[in-house]
Design a protein around this ligand. Structure first.
Ligand SMILES: *[C@@H]1O[C@H](CO)[C@@H](O)[C@H](O)[C@H]1NC(C)=O
Ligand SMILES: CC(=O)N[C@H]1CO[C@H](CO)[C@@H](O)[C@@H]1O
Length: 529
C-alpha cells in the first residue's frame, strides 16, 4: 500500500469513528424529540385482512366471499388506521364500490368459467393501492409537490391499466416524499406518514405510504416504484415484501417524475409491494404482461440455486454500520439452508461496494436534463434554493428541507462527463461484470436492504447516504427483492434483499417464499379475536 493510500485509509477510519459518535448523539436527541409521541395501532379485527391477495382472489372467484365485502373490509381498515398513520392520501371508494359490484355480477353470471377467470382476470375484485406518483385516472398525481396538488391523472399508468385488466380494483393512493427523492415520506401536500410498528419512526421513501399501508393491511397489495430503493426501503422499514424488477421489464410510463436519461430509465423499476411472498410473482406477471425475458412460468427449485452473501458494504465512512441484529440474519439463513437443503452459502466481499453512494450519484447524472430546482416547479421555471431556505426557516416554503438541500448539493460532487464521472461509470461497469459473472444463471446474492431498522422522524438527515445499500443495485441494473425477517430488539422490522442476475427475478421471488416459510415473513399488528 502506498503512502497516499495508507493515509486515505487512516482518514476514512477516523471519519467513520466521528460519524459513528455523531450518529449515537443524534439518535439520542431524536429519541427525546420524537420518541415520546407514540400512538397505538388499532388491532386487526377482520382476519380476511391477513390473507394473501392470491387467496382473496380465489375466494372471490369461487363465491366464498364477495368483492364488495372484501372492499368494505379494507375501507373500514383504512378509516381505522389513517388517523394514526397518515399513509392514504386520496381515495376512489365510490367508483371502487361500483367496480366491486360489477366483478361480483360477472362471477354470478357464470358467463366465464372459473378456470378462464383465473387465467385472464387473476385479481378479479381484489382491491389494491399505489403511490401518489403513479397515475390512476381521476386521482391526484402530485408526487408530493405543492404546485401539483391540483393535478389529476388523465390516464392510468400502464401498470395500473394492466392490473385493472386483470380485474384488480384501485382504491386509494399512498404518501410519498417530495418528488420521490428522499427516504422519509413527508411533504407539504399530505404531511408525514408514521411507522405502524412505532409511530415515532419513519416509513421510508419514496413508496413509504405504500409500505405502511401494506404493513397495516390497508389493501390487498400495492405497487411502488424504485430508482434508489424506493420500494425496498419502505418494504424493509415496514416489514413487508417488495420487488424491484429487471430493467425495462415493467413499463415506467405514468410515473412522475419521469427518468431523464436512458440510464435512469433502466435504474427505475415499478414493482409489487405485499404482505405475502406468494403474491409477488402473480403481480409481477400482470404488470410485466408476463414478459418473456423473465420466464416467470419456469419453476424454480431452491436446491439448484447457488447462495452468496455479503453482510456489509465494507465500511463506507458516511454510512451507518450494519446493525448486529441484521448481520445475524445472514448466519441464520446460512444455517437454515444447510440444515434444510445441505446448501453451503458462500460469503463474498465485493470491494467496490464501499463506493455505493458515489456510484449511485454519478450514474444518475444527466448531460442536459432539468436540474432539481427546475423539477421542484413542475418544470415551469426554477426555484431559488437559497431564498426558499430562508422561507423554510420561517415555515413559509412549499418545499421540504431535503428538497432544498438536494438543489444546493446537486452541483457538487461530479459532473456528467468529467473525469470523476467517467471513473465512477467505469467502476460501476466493472462491478456489474463481476456480479454477472458470479451470479450467472443460478445464483443469488443476499445483502442488507439497509444498515439499520427504521430511524426516528427526520433522523435520516443525519445519515442521508444510508440509502446506498439499495441504490447500488439500481445502478447495477439488477433485480432485487426486499424480504422481511422478523423484528429487531426494538420491535422494528428488519430484513435482507435478494439480488439476482438481470432477467432472473424468478430466483429472487422463489428465495423470498423460502425465507418466508422458514422465518415467518410479515408480522401482523395485533389481531383482536
Ligand atoms: C405555495 O404554492 C401555492 C400553490 O402552488 C402558491 O399559491 C403559493 O404562493 C406558494 N407559496 C409560497 C410561499 O411560495
Ligand atoms: C396529517 C396530514 O397532513 N394529513 C393530510 C393527508 O393528506 C390529505 C389529503 O391531501 C389531507 O387532507 C390531510 O390533512
Amino acid at each position: 500500500m502506498g503512502k497516499d493510500n495508507a493515509f486515505r485509509e487512516y482518514a476514512r477510519r477516523i471519519t467513520k469513528v466521528i460519524f459513528g459518535l455523531l450518529e449515537v448523539f443524534f439518535h439520542w436527541l431524536f429519541a427525546i424529540v420524537y420518541g415520546r409521541n407514540k400512538e397505538s395501532m388499532p388491532p386487526i379485527k377482520d382476519i380476511l385482512l391477513l390473507e394473501s391477495a392470491t387467496s382473496i382472489a380465489l375466494k372471490i372467484r369461487n363465491k366464498k366471499i364477495s368483492s364488495e365485502q372484501v372492499l368494505e373490509s379494507f375501507i373500514e381498515r383504512i378509516e381505522e388506521i389513517n388517523p394514526v398513520l397518515n399513509c392514504v392520501v386520496a381515495d376512489r371508494f365510490d367508483e371502487a364500490r361500483r367496480e366491486a359490484r360489477a366483478a361480483d355480477d360477472l362471477i354470478k353470471s357464470q358467463t366465464i368459467s372459473e378456470e378462464v377467470l383465473a387465467k385472464e382476470k387473476p385479481f378479479l375484485g381484489v382491491p389494491f393501492t399505489t403511490k401518489d406518483c403513479i397515475a390512476v385516472k381521476g386521482l391526484i398525481h402530485s408526487s408530493g409537490l405543492v404546485c401539483r396538488k391540483d393535478i389529476k391523472a388523465e390516464e392510468d399508468a400502464i401498470v395500473i391499466a394492466r392490473l385493472k385488466r386483470a380485474g384488480a380494483i384501485p382504491i386509494a393512493l399512498t404518501n410519498v416524499s417530495e418528488l420521490c427523492m428522499w427516504w422519509e415520506s413527508a411533504n407539504h401536500v399530505h404531511g408525514r406518514t408514521n411507522n405502524p410498528y412505532d409511530t415515532s419512526r419513519i416509513v421510508g421513501g419514496s413508496s413509504g405510504g405504500e409500505g405502511c399501508a401494506q404493513a397495516s393491511a390497508a389493501s390487498a397489495f400495492g405497487v411502488g416504484s424504485d430508482i434508489g430503493g424506493s420500494i425496498r426501503m419502505p418494504a424493509f422499514f415496514n416489514g413487508i415484501f417488495g420487488h424491484k424488477p429487471s430493467p425495462l421489464t415493467v413499463p415506467n410510463d405514468g410515473q412522475y417524475p419521469q427518468p431523464v436519461t436512458e440510464e435512469q430509465n433502466k435504474f427505475l423499476g415499478l414493482g409489487p409491494m405485499c404482505r405475502r411472498a406468494e403474491d409477488l410473482l402473480p403481480i409481477l406477471k400482470v404488470i410485466s404482461n408476463n414478459n418473456p425475458s423473465l420466464k416467470l412460468d419456469e419453476a424454480v427449485n431452491i436446491k439448484n440455486i447457488k447462495f452468496y452473501y455479503q453482510d456489509s458494504d465494507g465500511g463506507s465512512n458516511l454510512i451507518s454500520s450494519v446493525a448486529p441484529d441484521i448481520r445475524e440474519l445472514f448466519i441464520k439463513i446460512a444455517q437454515h439452508l444447510d440444515k434444510a437443503y445441505s446448501i453451503k452459502a458462500n460469503k463474498v466481499a465485493f470491494k467496490r461496494f464501499i463506493k455505493s453512494g458515489p456510484l449511485w450519484f454519478a450514474n444518475m447524472k444527466s448531460p442536459s436534463g432539468p436540474m432539481f430546482a427546475q423539477q421542484l416547479t413542475n418544470l415551469k421555471g426554477s426555484i431559488n434554493p437559497y431564498w426558499e431556505l430562508v422561507k423554510w426557516v420561517v415555515g413559509l416554503s412549499n418545499h421540504t428541507f431535503i428538497g432544498l438541500a438536494t438543489c444546493l448539493l446537486e452541483k457538487g460532487d461530479c459532473k456528467y462527463g468529467d473525469e470523476k464521472y467517467r471513473y465512477l461509470k467505469e467502476e460501476r461497469d466493472a462491478l456489474r461484470l463481476e456480479l454477472i459473472d458470479l451470479l450467472a444463471d443460478d445464483g443469488v446474492l443476499l445483502y442488507p436492504t439497509h444498515p439499520t431498522s427504521a430511524p426516528y422522524h427526520n433522523e435520516p438527515l443525519i445519515k442521508p447516504f444510508n440509502f446506498a445499500y439499495t441504490g447500488l443495485i439500481n445502478v447495477l441494473k439488477l433485480p432485487a427483492t426486499a424480504v422481511p425477517m422478523g423484528l429487531d430488539r426494538h420491535g422494528l422490522p428488519i430484513g435482507i434483499q435478494v439480488i439476482a442476475n438481470e432477467g432472473n427475478d424468478r430466483l429472487c421471488l422463489a428465495v423470498a417464499r423460502e425465507l418466508e416459510k422458514a422465518f415467518g415473513g410479515w408480522i401482523p399488528p395485533e389481531v383482536q379475536a
